[in-house]
Design a protein around this ligand. Sequence first.
Ligand code: FES
Length: 586
Amino acid sequence: MSDHDQSDKKRPLRSAAWFGTADKNGFMYRSWMKNQGFPEHLFDGRPVIGICNTWSELTPCNAHFRRIADKVRQGILEAGGFPVEFPVFSNGESNLRPTAMLTRNLASMDVEESLRGNPVDGVVLLVGCDKTTPALLMGAASCDLPTIVVSGGPMLNGKHKGKDIGSGTAVWQLSEQVKAGKISLHDFMAAEAGMSRSAGTCNTMGTASTMASIAEALGTSLPHNAAIPAVDSRRYVLAQLSGNRIVDMVKEDLKLSKILTREAFENAIRVNAAIGGSTNAVVHLKAIAGRIGVDLELDDWTNIGRGTPTIVDLQPSGRFLMEEFYYAGGLPAVLRRLGEANRLPYPDALTVNGRSLWENVAEAPIYNDEVIRTFDNPLCKDGGICVLRGNLAPRGAVLKPSAATAKLMKHRGRAVVFDNFDHYKARINDPELDVDASSVLVMRNCGPKGYPGMAEVGNMGLPAKLLEQGVTDMVRISDARMSGTAYGTVVLHVAPEAAAGGPLGAVRDGDWIELDCESGRLHLDISDEELASRLKAQDATAASRVLASDGGYLKLYIEHVLQADEGCDFDFLVGLRGAKVPSHSH
Ligand code: FES
């Protein structure tokens, strides 16, 4: 038997509390693990590395993760670590109802407790589909072990009728073309197989690619993690190298809190603007920051991100897809452009490979100025996230300028109100609906508590009769989120939401609403007295009370979820609790 006494080691690893003693407890922990065929030498005090896997056939974007996990495992073994793979709840965006956001916090709890309760010294997070990246980072942040992110990578470009089509974005575009009578239903159905033709996540700059880019910008992954296609052999090289690196990170005690600093979040906000990233990043970044103990406010998106041109020309804001983004140089090229333009707030921020963000990218090649444009020739001069406030959103709302129509970003129109998503679906194509291109579509009760789960329904499709007239965009306002693959002049995340007593609940058909992105104003044009009296009259929490009575996880969710401006985490999960070894039971 090898020496399980860790006293000769400078800094005993936390796994030694399980495997490091030559007594009854050590016997038990080791013995059961050995039923998997692990040889004795793996218990000799080497770093035990968790491979936290969101593999699931019900999460198609992460369905190739077993192969990625094998490469990570190979890397860990090669570097002298002991790899142990474990599953966590997998939030698949495409299948999970009512919305994968409902279970983001559940997955984060799964990750946190799996890490804290088990003999792991460091962890590799295998993430891909939208919610899996924030969920795993949130859970890991609360534990603060050495952590490295490996994303699954995007799908190859979609192809339909000889043209590239982007995940999600093509669905919105093609379905509106069917409604407008521009393409046949047969054509629409034919696009289905062509859109998703390889393993991987959505190939647009949707939420999955945004969060993968943000994970890289935060310094939590190796360079190029964001963009290497899922089926590119280099994705598997990166997985193996990440397995190598995490072992050294444990030896260096390079914990997540050393990477996820306020400076790293500022870099990520700036990067989100440059890539034309998803509005979902706002809630996810706030939730991750809350877990690690970094103060991040909604207004930081204005102060840090606004004014940064969007230089990545990817759908849904632009033309290209993630494959071209990688071939053009990927995120390191964007970071280099930002740094050379003095627009990278903290180039010295530390990354998981032990080097600074700038050291990683200073020499990064840039191969295509059309895909990764220069700051002299941006896709959108004023990228970033537009934070709006006013009597309609006292705690804020957001809009993505790069996906909006410039002339609608200052607009005054009359409200057409939908009480919830079902009401919207029942009414939107009613030929009698009193709506024209200047109307403002308002939908409520789709926020964190109201939906519940704050579904991605904020980019309401336009009325068929207006689409037939050639209308392509209208101002839309809701307490919902929107898919990162969607576009339009869409005001989202209105806080507080209607179901929490927010003023969205007081809007009536025909009210005038003013939107002004430049000044950040969202205003319901009624008097303060009238607004107060309408709010008093409504029983805004009725919907959430009914749902809460169903019990189960929904009850926990509705009772504890925070509003959008606070990241939609559970109130009791905010904060860094560490990974102190729990006492044992035998
Ligand atoms: Fe999974 Fe888009 S549905 S990444």
